[in-house]
Design a protein around this ligand. Structure first.
Ligand code: NAD
Ligand code: MG
Length: 380
C-alpha cells in the first residue's frame, strides 16, 4: 500500500490486481468495515459516495459503514434495493440510474457496492454506465462475492433471454473483504461460496486443495483465521488469472470449472432457492470430474478424494430430488448447448488431469457428456 490507512488495530492482508492503469488492491481481514472510511478515502477523488446495498445487508451492517464514512469525512447516502437475483433486472437498473442522477452523483464521486454478488454486479454496472463511468468500490458481504464476484471486473444484469447478458467489464478501484461480515451469513450461503473456494484448488492449486481437506470445516464453521486464509488464497488465484486474461480469451475460462454443468442444473431449477449457484457448481464440478475419469484423464482415486471432501464439508455430491423438477439428461444437455462458451458449435468444457490441474477442451463428444449426466442422475 502506498497510502497509509488510518487504522492501527486491524490486521489485513492485501492482494494486488495488476491491470496497468486500472490496477487495484483487495484488502482482506476481519473488522475492516468499522475502518472502511479511512481505507477508502485514499482512492476517492471527491469525498462523496452512493452506497448501493440490499435490505438484508442494510439492516445488519449499513450503520457501521455509514458511521465509518462519516468519521472519515466522506459524504454518503444509501440506495437500498430488494435482496435476491431478481434485483439484477433492467427495471431495477433503470430506477437505480434515476436515483443516482437525481442525487446528482458526479463523475469524480463514487459508488460503493455493499452486498453480495447481486449488488456487486448491478452496482458495478451502474458505475460503468453512470455519466459514462464513475469510480466504484466493492465491499462484498457474502463468501461467494469475497472470493469470486467482487474481483475481476465482470458487472451486469440479467435479460429475459438469459443471465448476465447485459453488462460490462469494469474494474473497481478497491475491494474490501471483511470476513467478519460473514458471521451473519446463513450456512447455506457459506457452503455455496465454499464451492467456489474449492474450485480454485481443483483447477490449479493442489496444495490449496490439501489445505482445504485439513481446514475446510474451520472455514465453514466460522474460524476467522481460516476464513481469511481461504479468501486470500482464492482472490490471489483469481487476481492472477484476471491479470493474465482480463476478458476471458484464454486462461480465465478455467474459472468456469463445473459451471457449464452447473448452469444447466440452475436453468432446470429456475435460478432460484431450489438450487443456488454454489450448489449447482459443486455438482457441476463432480460431473466435470466424472467426465475427466471417463476420458481417462483423472484417476478414480482422485475423484473419490474430491467426493470425500465434498461430503465431509457438506457440499452436495449427488443431484438432489426436488419437487416439481423432473431431471432428464437430454434436457440438461440442451441447457448446456445454450452456454455462452460455445465456439464454432462445440461446447468448451473444463476438465481435470489431476487435482490442481484443469484445462479447457472442445474435444468432448455430446455422447460422453450425456453418459456422465445419465450416470449422475441414475445414482441420485
Ligand atoms: P446475493 O448477493 O443474492 O446474496 C445472497 C443472500 O445473502 C442475499 O439474500 C443477501 O441479502 C444475503 N446477504 C448478503 N450478505 C449478507 C451478510 N453478510 N449477512 C447476511 N445475509 C447476507 O448472492 P451471492 O451468492 O453473493 O451472489 C450471486 C450473484 O453473483 C449472482 O447474480 C451471480 O451471477 C453473481 N456472480 C457474479 C460474478 C462476477 O464475476 N461478476 C461471479 C460469480 C457470481
Ligand atoms: Mg460461479
Amino acid at each position: 500500500m502506498t497510502s497509509s490507512p488510518s487504522i492501527s488495530d486491524t490486521a489485513y492482508s492485501h492482494v494486488p490486481v495488476s491491470l496497468g492503469d486500472r490496477a487495484y488492491n483487495i484488502l482482506i481481514g476481519a473488522g475492516l468495515l468499522p475502518n472502511a472510511g479511512g481505507l477508502i478515502k485514499p482512492v476517492l477523488r471527491t469525498p462523496r459516495v452512493a452506497i448501493i446495498t440490499d435490505e438484508t445487508v442494510a439492516a445488519l451492517h449499513l450503520t457501521t459503514l455509514q458511521q465509518s464514512l462519516n468519521a472519515a469525512g466522506i459524504d454518503n447516502f444509501p440506495i437500498i434495493l430488494a435482496p435476491g437475483e431478481s434485483t439484477k433486472s433492467l427495471s431495477v437498473y433503470s430506477d437505480l440510474m434515476s436515483k443516482l442522477l437525481d442525487s446528482r452523483l458526479q463523475r469524480d464521486e463514487a459508488i460503493i457496492a455493499f452486498g453480495g454478488g447481486v449488488i456487486g454486479d448491478i452496482a458495478g454496472f451502474a458505475a460503468s454506465t453512470l455519466r459514462r463511468g464513475i469510480d466504484f468500490i466493492q465491499i462484498p458481504t457474502t463468501l461467494l462475492s469475497q472470493v469470486d464476484s467482487s474481483v475481476g471486473g465482470k458487472t451486469g444484469i440479467n435479460a429475459a433471454q438469459g443471465k448476465n447478458l447485459i453488462g460490462a467489464f469494469y474494474q473497481p478501484r478497491l475491494v474490501l473483504a471483511d470476513v467478519g461480515l460473514l458471521e451473519s451469513l446463513p450456512n447455506r450461503e457459506i457452503l455455496a461460496g465454499y464451492a467456489e473456494v474449492v474450485k480454485y484448488g481443483l483447477l490449479g492449486d493442489f496444495a490449496f486443495f490439501e489445505w482445504l481437506e485439513a481446514n475446510g470445516k474451520k472455514v465453514i464453521s466460522g474460524d476467522i483465521a481460516a476464513r481469511i486464509a481461504a479468501v486470500e488464497t482464492s482472490v490471489r488465484t483469481k487476481a492472477h488469472i484476471v491479470a493474465e486474461d482480463e476478458r476471458e480469451g484464454g486462461v480465465r475460462a478455467l474459472l468456469n470449472l463445473g459451471h457449464t454443468f452447473g448452469h444447466a442444473l440452475e436453468a432446470e431449477t429456475g435460478y432460484g432457492s431450489r438450487m443456488i449457484h454454489g450448489e449447482a457448481v459443486a455438482l457441476g464440478m463432480i460431473m466435470a470430474a466424472e467426465l475427466s475419469v471417463q476420458m481417462d484423464l483423472l484417476s478414480r482415486q482422485d475423484i473419490l478424494r474430491i467426493r470425500q471432501h465434498f461430503a465431509e464439508v457438506g457440499l452436495p455430491c449427488k443431484v438432489p430430488s426436488i419437487s416439481g423438477v423432473d431431471w432428464q439428461a437430454e434436457t440438461l444437455l440442451a441447457h448446456m448447448r445454450q452456454d455462452k462458451k460455445i465456439v464454432g458449435g462445440r461446447l468448451t468444457l473444463i476438465l481435470m488431469k489431476e487435482i490442481g490441474s484443469a484445462f479447457a477442451t472442445q474435444a468432448v463428444s455430446e455422447a460422453d457428456i450425456l453418459s456422465v449426466i445419465t450416470d449422475e442422475l441414475a445414482s441420485a
